[in-house]
Design a protein around this ligand. Structure first.
Ligand SMILES: *Cc1c(COP(=O)(O)O)cnc(C)c1O
Length: 456
């Protein structure tokens, strides 16, 4: 059989990240300060994030940004991640397409999230910060930041969405194993949490709520900064290591992708795999298609609208130009916790508006059905989030077969599902639903933010 896995030697691990903002035909609209409605400055952001991350966030000029040597050394403990030709999956679905996946599940914490947690913790350490705080949904980001904080000798406090805190006790234990403090959100430890619980004592939590709590803690605690694992530009910048490696590895395989697919929460793993390839669409006339796979229960691209919105429920964050379902949107309790976020990062938002990125929404049952096919064929149990990318890949491969086309499809396996086995249990027992939301609920939520947030 031909080569199955493509691995880069250590010296081939990229030394710079790729900042797509510098090359975009249309730059995203600016993030706005919620009080003044003026574009945010580095100083505004540096109250919340490390200064270096704040600068990266607003950098629209430098296409290449150096990876600090300390971070690159830590990347070596799991990078390069393998690029794998999914022969098993191709056979299982009977496609003529060539399917590749980038296996980010091999990181010590089981997902791509560590790619950004390491630099974010590193910058905090370098700037004399002692404490970091964040939110986590499924627990993947909290796990990554807990470990990264430990490596750099920082204290971590993680607000974990309450429903996940209860559904995923092992992820909580892992964060505690790395030495982090884990708090179920909404909690009584912040004003934002108290306000939410006063209105609704049974609030199950959401990423938006947990972000409010973590940002509040960071703003009120000296030497503490907040760190976000998705949505923002600097996070996607760090994740570009995925696509930059994949580009070299695809070359080793002697192919170039016609279609690149990633699941979509806030956009970091999708942007990470897609953007390095997209620069060749901008510059070299490549015609690669890029597909973001979101859940039917949280369909910000296919059913949301473009509008300025807050990144969190309490409205502490800057206003972000995003495809959004409204920051009060409460998705059904689907198991792809990392995809239950109301808005899309501003870069991908702009790229969807400009036609460079397509989006599909996929029902939960289809994602697990296809995740099982992948697990049986390739041996890896995919994270419920990653199952969305797998399902979208299989849809595309079948569409190509139906048209008699043979395409090269690359998708990102953002994480493994070994700590999500309870979700697989429920799927196998027939206890899962699709969690589809009504159009009326979505419309009402969006109308609310349009009323609340007026930009002239
Ligand atoms: C967090 C997470 C996601 C979604 O976040 P993005 O920023 O959209 O990548 C997807 N897959 C896994 C495994 C995750 O942990």
């Amino acid at each position: 059989m031909a080569t199955k896995r493509f691995i880069l030697p250590e010296e081939e691990i990229p030394r710079q990240w790729y900042n797509i903002q510098a090359d975009m035909p249309n730059k995203p609209l600016p993030m706005l300060h919620p009080a003044t409605k003026q574009p945010v400055t580095v100083d505004d952001l540096a109250h919340i994030f490390s200064r270096e991350a704040s600068e990266q966030e607003l950098n629209q000029t430098d296409a290449w940004i150096d990876i600090p040597e300390e971070v690159r050394d830590l990347y070596k403990s799991y990078r390069s991640t393998p690029l794998v030709r999914a022969y098993g999956l191709e056979e299982a679905i009977g496609t003529k397409c060539h399917i590749y996946f980038k296996n980010e599940s091999v990181s010590p914490v089981g997902s791509h999230k560590l790619n950004s947690a390491l630099p974010q913790a590193y910058y905090c350490k370098k700037e004399g910060i002692t404490n970091v705080t964040t939110e986590t949904g499924a627990g993947q980001w909290g796990t990554a930041l807990s470990y990264a904080a430990k490596v750099f000798g920082l204290e971590a406090a993680v607000y974990m969405v309450k429903i996940s805190y209860e559904q995923k006790p092992y992820r909580r234990s892992i964060m505690q194993t790395y030495g982090a403090q884990v708090i179920a959100s909404p909690s009584m430890s912040t004003r934002a949490g108290k306000d939410i619980l006063t209105k609704d004592p049974n609030h199950q939590g959401s990423l938006g709520t947990a972000i409010s709590e973590a940002v509040e803690l960071a703003m009120n605690t000296p030497n503490c900064r907040y760190s976000l694992g998705s949505v923002l530009n600097h996070v996607t910048l760090h994740q570009s290591i995925i696509g930059l490696e994949a580009e070299k590895q695809m070359k080793m395989a002697g192919e170039y992708p016609d279609i690149v697919i990633g699941c979509f929460g806030g956009g970091s793993n999708f942007g990470g795999i897609a953007f390095p390839f997209m620069r060749h669409n901008f510059k070299d006339g490549k015609k690669t298609r890029f597909i973001a796979a979101e859940p039917l229960s949280c369909p910000k691209f296919t059913k949301g609208e473009f509008h300025y919105d807050f990144g969190d429920e309490a409205g502490f964050t800057p206003l972000i130009p995003m495809f959004t379902l409204g920051h009060n949107f409460r998705p059904a309790n689907i198991h792809a916790g990392g995809l239950r976020y109301h808005g899309a990062g501003m870069i991908v938002t702009q790229l969807v508006k400009d036609g460079y990125v397509e989006a599909v929404d996929i029902p939960q049952l289809e994602t697990f059905e296809k995740g099982l096919i992948f697990a049986k064929a390739e041996g890896i149990i995919p994270a419920p989030e990653s199952c969305h990318a797998i399902a979208a890949t299989i849809r595309e491969a079948k569409a190509c077969d139906a048209k008699g086309e043979q395409k090269v499809i690359l998708f990102n396996l953002s994480g493994h599902g070994l700590i999500d086995i309870a979700a697989y249990d429920q799927y196998l027992a027939g206890n899962l639903v699709n969690g589809e939301v009504s159009d009326d609920y979505i419309k009402a939520n969006i109308a609310e933010i349009k009323e609340q947030i007026k930009i002239d």
